[in-house]
Design a protein around this ligand. Structure first.
Ligand code: SAM
Length: 322
C-alpha cells in the first residue's frame, strides 16, 4: 500500500486542497478508539463506504460512484488512494478538533510509520488549551514533542497567536502531516515541523513544552505507541528530563501520559516524584508541579498479557513550571 512517505512532496499541496474541499463540504469526524472502530465497522451495512465520513473517518473501502468524482480525483492527486480491484481505500483519515481538520493515518494504523490521532489527542489538546487560558504570560516559543498529526502544536498556535511552535517528531510522515495540517489550520507560518529525537536537533529554551509521547507497554513495539521500559514510561520520563533542562525561567511543561496502576500504586507518579524531588534539592529549587488523573480507567481492552500486572490504566497530566 502506498504510504504518504512514498508520495512526492508536491502531493502535499493536493492533500491541502482536499482538506480545503472537505472544509467547504462541512466535513466533521470525531476519532474514536480501535475498539469502537471494530464494533461500528462490524455492524451490518457498514462494510462499504458510501460517504466522505465513511471513507475518510471510518476508513471503509469504497468503489466507483460512492464519492463525488472531484474527491476521488483529489485523493488520487494527493497519492492517498489505494486501488485494489473494484474496491478502493483512502490511506489517510481526517478527523476534526475545535473547528479544524487534521489528516492522519487510516485505520487500522499497522504501518511502522503510522501517524496517530485519537481520543488521547483530544485529551492532550484540551489540557494544553486549559493551561494556555490560565497562564499569566503567553508563550513566545513552544515545542510539541512527538507531534504526530500536529494537532497539539496547532492548538498551541491557535491559543497563543504570537508563539512560534516547533512540532518535532522522529517520524518523517508525521512531519508531512503536521506541515499540511498546520497550513490547513491557517498557522503554517508559525508551526515548524522538525525531525528530532526529543529536542536533540533544536537549540535553545522554551516557554512551553507539550507532549503526548508513546506511553504504552506495546509487545508489537509500534513507534507511535511503545513507551519503552518495564511500565512503558521511558519516553514520558525522557520528555520530563528534557523539559527540566530546556524550559526557560517561567516556562511550563504539559505532559500527557498513560500509566498502569499496580495495587493502587502509580509507577509513573513515583518515578516523576523522584526526579522532581532531586531537582527541588538541586538547581531547580523554584519548580512548581502538579499531577492529576484526567481519566482513571481507559483501554480496559489492553488489560491482557502486557498489562496483566495492572488493575487499571489511567491517563494523567503532569504540569511542571520552572
Ligand atoms: C502517541 S503519538 C501522539 C501524537 C500527537 N502528539 C497526538 O497527541 O495526537 C506519539 C508520537 O511521538 C513520536 N515519537 C516517538 N518517539 C519520539 C522521540 N524520541 N522523539 C520525538 N518524537 C517521538 C511518534 O512518532 C508519534 O508521532
Amino acid at each position: 500500500m502506498t504510504s504518504l512517505a512514498d508520495a512526492p512532496v508536491l502531493a502535499d499541496a493536493a492533500l491541502l486542497r482536499l482538506g480545503d474541499a472537505l472544509k467547504d463540504a462541512g466535513y466533521r469526524f470525531t476519532a474514536v478508539t480501535p475498539a469502537t472502530y471494530e464494533r461500528v465497522n462490524g455492524r451490518p451495512g457498514n462494510a462499504r463506504g458510501r460517504s466522505l465520513r465513511d471513507v475518510l473517518g471510518w476508513s471503509r473501502p469504497f468503489g466507483p460512484g460512492d464519492l463525488p468524482d472531484r474527491f476521488v480525483a483529489l485523493l488520487e492527486e494527493a497519492g492517498v488512494l489505494h486501488r485494489d480491484g473494484d474496491l478502493w481505500r483512502s490511506t489517510v483519515r481526517c478527523s476534526s478538533y475545535d473547528g479544524g481538520l487534521f489528516f492522519h493515518s487510516a485505520y487500522p494504523p499497522t504501518e511502522p510509520d503510522a501517524v496517530f490521532f485519537g481520543p488521547d489527542t483530544y485529551r492532550t489538546a484540551d489540557a494544553v488549551a486549559a493551561h494556555l487560558h490560565t497562564r499569566a504570560r503567553p508563550p513566545r516559543r513552544a515545542a510539541d514533542i512527538g507531534t504526530g498529526s500536529g494537532a497539539v502544536a496547532v492548538t498551541v498556535a491557535r491559543h497563543a497567536p504570537h508563539a512560534e511552535v516547533l512540532a518535532v517528531d522522529i517520524n518523517p510522515v508525521a512531519l508531512r502531516f503536521s506541515t499540511v495540517n498546520a497550513a490547513l489550520a491557517g498557522c503554517g507560518d508559525r508551526v515548524h515541523a522538525v525531525r528530532s529525537d526529543l529536542l536533540s536537533a533544536v537549540d535553545g529554551t522554551f516557554d512551553l513544552i507539550v507532549s503526548n509521547p508513546p506511553f504504552m507497554i506495546d509487545p508489537d513495539r509500534r513507534p507511535y505507541r511503545d513507551g519503552g521500559g518495564e511500565h512503558g514510561h521511558d519516553l514520558p520520563l525522557a520528555v520530563l528530563d528534557t523539559a527540566l533542562s530546556r524550559l526557560a525561567p517561567g516556562g511550563t511543561l504539559v505532559l500527557f501520559s498513560g500509566t498502569g496502576i499496580v495495587d493502587g500504586h502509580d509507577p509513573l507518579l513515583a518515578a516523576a516524584t523522584e526526579r522532581l524531588a532531586d531537582r527541588f534539592a538541586g538547581r531547580f529549587a523554584d519548580l512548581q508541579w502538579s499531577y492529576r488523573e484526567v481519566d482513571p480507567d481507559v483501554y480496559s481492552e489492553n488489560l491482557d498479557d502486557s498489562y496483566a500486572h495492572a488493575e487499571r490504566i489511567a491517563v494523567v497530566v503532569l504540569t511542571v513550571t520552572r
